[in-house]
Design a protein around this ligand. Structure first.
Ligand code: ATP
Ligand code: FE
Length: 356
């Protein structure tokens, strides 16, 4: 099967071609990503209207490049998969309309994909792991523990009750005057800093569940920053690095401890070969990856994480999730709707297109 995937739910316009012969590992034949960071940099965050217009301008270029790089034509494809939500609705609509146009013109089947399912299935694309596995999905807008039983079967064990870690990284960068997206810039600063100089809170660690909370980190950071500024008139390079290191350490430790708990819950189901996978943009963080790897080693589970380029938004994950849905016989019609919200544990083909 050869599937073209389209992604436009946030600030990356992407197209990719993924191929899989039954029983063999899937191959990414091409993966084109046009980021929009510079378009939004003056505003300190993604501006939905600007994002939607940029997606509408770039989608056809991405599709052409993805096909060219794969050495294929539209006629060589079996289906077109597209992110149908959740995300910024203008962007999602641009992608869905583009995919519908391609489907109507070529007669190729259309497959709507949940963006979060795309992130959550990526470890199967990169490491061919079997169902079920425990997934920590940690991105710009989401943070949750899922047991992944199939392409559309997810059990949610817990997640953030407020901000997502990616959001916290981005806000931290903004508060410290570092460039967006915040994750990579805060991580780079943290490498130069002392994680023990500032003590950030570890919220909800006193509770036995798998829920997390990250909004208090930003308040703590703001207070620490303001205190340094009040005392010394400004932040030095080292102050900034130490703040980043302390902040990142709090996230690392919280995720490690909650992963330990999620893993014990998942082990209760006696999986034949316990596997823990991490995906989403924040999974690109080296400190987070190595902390999770240690938790898994300690508990006798295999750990897997996609390469950085497939952790942040891309269309290969959408093509792959589309391929898995296609295999189950799922098809969407031209009435497929773009959905701003679409929780994973309620995902089912029957809900697709209902707009609910
Ligand atoms: P969602 O998938 O929840 O809809 P999104 O698509 O915007 O949100 P992703 O592209 O998956 O999110 O991830 C982007 C987020 O990942 C940003 O918040 C960014 O700061 C964060 N991120 C990227 N690299 C790193 C890193 N090295 N360390 C920490 N965070 C990172
Ligand atoms: Fe994403």
């Amino acid at each position: 099967l050869t599937i073209l995937g389209l992604e436009s739910s946030c600030d990356d316009t992407a197209a990719a071609v993924v191929r899989q012969t039954e029983g063999e590992p899937a191959q990414v034949l091409s993966s084109i990503v046009h980021g929009q960071t510079e378009l939004h940099s003056a505003y300190g965050g993604v501006v939905p209207e600007i994002a939607a217009r940029a997606h509408a301008e770039k989608l056809d270029i991405c599709v052409r490049q993805a096909l060219e790089e794969a050495g294929l034509e539209l006629a060589d494809l079996d289906a077109i998969a597209v992110t149908a939500g959740p995300g910024l609705i203008g962007g999602v609509m641009s992608g869905v309309m583009c995919a519908k146009g391609l489907s109507a013109a070529t007669g190729l089947p259309l497959i709507g994909v949940n963006h979060l399912a795309g992130h959550a299935l990526t470890p199967r694309l990169t490491d061919a792991i079997a169902y079920p596995y425990l997934m920590l999905l940690v991105s710009g807008g989401h943070c949750q523990y899922l047991i992944v039983h199939g392409p559309e079967q997810f059990t949610r064990l817990g997640g953030t009750i407020d901000d997502a870690p990616g959001e916290a990284f981005d806000k931290t960068a903004r508060l410290l005057g570092l460039p967006q997206p915040g994750g990579p810039s805060v991580e780079a600063e943290a490498r130069e800093g002392d994680p023990d100089r500032f003590r950030f809170p570890r919220p909800l660690l006193d509770r036995p569940d798998c829920n997390l909370s990250f909004s208090g980190l930003k308040t703590a950071l703001m207070r620490m920053r303001d205190q340094i500024v009040a005392e010394k008139g400004g932040l030095t390079r080292q102050d900034r690095a130490d703040l980043c290191a302390g902040f990142q350490q709090a996230i690392v430790e919280t995720l490690a401890e909650k992963t330990r708990r999620a893993l014990s819950r998942y082990m209760e189901e006696n999986p034949p070969e316990p596997v823990v996978a991490v995906a989403g943009g924040v999974a690109a963080n080296t400190a987070i990856r190595s902390a999770l790897e240690s938790v898994c080693a300690e508990q006798g589970a295999k750990f897997t994480a996609p390469p950085h380029s497939l952790c942040t938004d891309n269309a290969a994950m959408i093509a792959y999730a589309g391929l898995e849905r296609f295999r189950t016989g799922a098809r969407d019609g031209l009435d497929l709707t773009a959905r701003p919200r679409w929780p994973l544990d309620k995902s089912s083909p029957a809900l697709l297109g209902s707009g609910k």
